[in-house]
Structures are given as C-alpha cells and as structure tokens.
Design a protein around this ligand. Structure first.
Ligand SMILES: [Zn+2]
Length: 325
C-alpha cells in the first residue's frame, strides 16, 4: 500500500467504520432480544406465590409456576390429553384464587396461592424435581409436561362469567361426589358423575385388614366404646350419591364417614366394613375426596380417545373453556 491516500482510507475504515458497524450489529441483537422477552411477558401474567418451604413470597410467571404444579400433581407418564386437562384445572385454580381474594388469606402472606398441597396445589421447585427424578425425566417427562401447559396457555374453566373452583382428586372409585356431600357448599358444576375408565389406578380398590383389638382401640382413642361384637356395633346409616359413607353408627355414636376415614387412615370415605372371627376387613373404593375431576379417570378417558376439553366438560358440568390472555 504505497499510495498514502489509500493508507488513510484503510486506516479510517479499520479504526472508525468497522467498530461502528460491529456496535450497531450488537445493538440490533440486544433490541431483538428485549422485544422477545417483552412479547413473552405481555402474553402471560406474573403472580405472587407464597413458598411455604422457604417462607418467602415469590414473583412468578404463571405458566412457569404451572409447569411445576402439573409435574407435582400428576404423573408425567399420563396421556398428553390428561396432562392438558390437569394444566387447565391448575390454571383455573389460580384464577379462582385471584377472583376470590386468595391474597387476603392470612397464611398466604399477601400471595394469591401457596405451595402446600394440603392448602392449595402442590408445587415442587425445579431443584426438588431434579432430586426426585433423574436427568432423563427432566429432559423427556418434564418437557412433556411443559408442552401440555404451553399447548393450553391462558385457558381456564368458566361458569357464568367466573372461573370455577376446579377441585380434583386421584381416583373416584367409579363415581365422583356432589360438592355439598363432602364440603360445605353446593356448586352447580361439581356434580356426581360416572368415572368409568379408572381401573388402572393402583388405588381403585384397596383392602385393609386389622385385628379386632386394634380396631376397637382406634375408636377408644376418640372416646367411642365398642363391644367385642363389632359387627353389631357398626352400621352405615347413609351414603352419598357417589357412594361415600355420610353417616355411620359406631357403638352408641353417630359420626361422619370422613371421620372414620381419618381415624383408620383409609384411602377414601367410600368403604365397606366386614368383620370375621379375629379381623376387621375394610374395602375402600378410590383415593381422595372424590369431588371434581378424577385424575386417573381423566387418564382413562384419554386412553379411550377423549380430548382434554371433553374430559374437563365430563367432570365439570356446564363449564366453558376460555382464554384469559
Ligand atoms: Zn394456600
């Protein structure tokens, strides 16, 4: 490069023009990434979740929160349509809490939901899920769950312009329960319906066998005295439409079937008691409270070819599926 003019041009290009071009390029990438993040955020919402394990209120994208709820509430091995039904039910739960003042509940510390399954829906964080399962599960099964949430993004269950209270349970035992026969309020969409395809559930039927003495002692613990002739001291007085024991006479006391369930640690309140010479046999149907969607029933319906909307509309009477965002 002997021409001094060309040297000046070349130097100008390398020192001034090239860095400017590179900077503009990087800036463009930056702007593009920001737009992607913003677009994603405007298509979703953030919610406050009270993590009962860390005692902290966390700000979460609702869809990200739902990935972990569905992973904690339903086996990933379930059919994709059942997982989608579960994702919509879990999302509806959050909106029901938003609309009914979940943030005013004292134990939520200002959040709309908490992570405790005994109070709200089960939420295990990703680190806990990693520990619980293996890498293959995180790669394959967790991705399958995320897809079920993504494919139903924004969808919730509505009844008369309000998000429903989407109760669900493991296994109904063949028929679900009317809400008022298990909880206090009667809700028009939580009606007793047949749940015909849940025989694959490991808790579809269960049999508990305990000695007569143990049986008598368990009731003695709450002040109910039983004679040795247990058969005569136990009498089911009434059952719900779904088959659960509503009232039962035990000795001289009349108590709720749900009370017997908790005393004996039964899978459900749908039970039959048979007494033989030395033992008491208790046959239970299903697992859980029996109201709303049966998860194993949903999986059974999916195996029969039903889609997520058909599954949800079977278990929740008269509802519609609508998009919140
Ligand atoms: Zn809660």
């Amino acid at each position: 490069m002997k021409n001094p003019f060309l040297v000046v041009i070349y130097t100008f290009l390398v020192i001034i023009v090239l860095p400017v071009i590179l900077t503009i390029g990087m800036y463009k990438d930056d702007i593009f990434q920001k737009k992607v993040v913003q677009t994603k955020k405007t298509n979703s919402i953030n919610i406050k979740v009270y993590n009962t394990k860390t005692d902290k209120v966390e700000d979460m994208d609702i869809e990200e929160y739902l990935y972990n709820v569905v992973a904690s509430e339903m086996p990933a091995s379930f059919d994709q349509e059942a997982l989608k039904a579960q994702a919509i039910a879990a999302r509806s739960y959050v909106f029901h809490k938003i609309e009914s003042g979940g943030d005013k509940i004292p134990q939520h510390k200002g959040a709309v939901v908490c992570t405790d399954h005994r109070h709200c829906q089960e939420y295990l964080d990703t680190k806990t899920l990693e520990k619980l399962h293996n890498k293959k599960w995180m790669n394959e099964s967790f991705s399958k769950i995320k897809k079920a949430v993504d494919d139903t993004k924004g969808m919730v269950l509505m009844f008369e312009a309000r998000t429903i209270q989407p109760l669900y349970h493991s296994t109904s035992g063949g028929k679900t329960e009317n809400s008022e026969e298990v909880f206090s309020s009667s809700l028009p969409y939580l009606r007793s319906v047949d749940s015909p395809y849940e025989q694959e559930s490991p808790k579809f039927r269960a049999n508990m066998k305990i000695s007569k003495n143990d049986f008598i002692n368990k009731f003695k613990g709450i002040g109910i005295v039983l004679s040795d002739d247990i058969d005569k001291d136990i009498e089911v007085i009434s059952r719900s439409e779904g088959g659960s024991v509503k009232e039962i006479r035990v000795g001289k006391s009349v108590i709720k079937g749900s009370k017997v369930r908790s005393i004996l640690g039964l899978n459900s309140s749908d039970f039959n008691i048979k007494v033989d010479k030395n033992f008491v046999n208790i046959l239970t149907k299903g697992y859980g409270h029996g109201v709303g969607m049966s998860q194993w029933g949903a999986n059974g319906m999916a195996h029969k070819g039903y889609k997520y909307d058909e599954i949800l509309k079977h278990y929740f009477k008269g509802v519609s599926i609508e998009n919140k965002y």
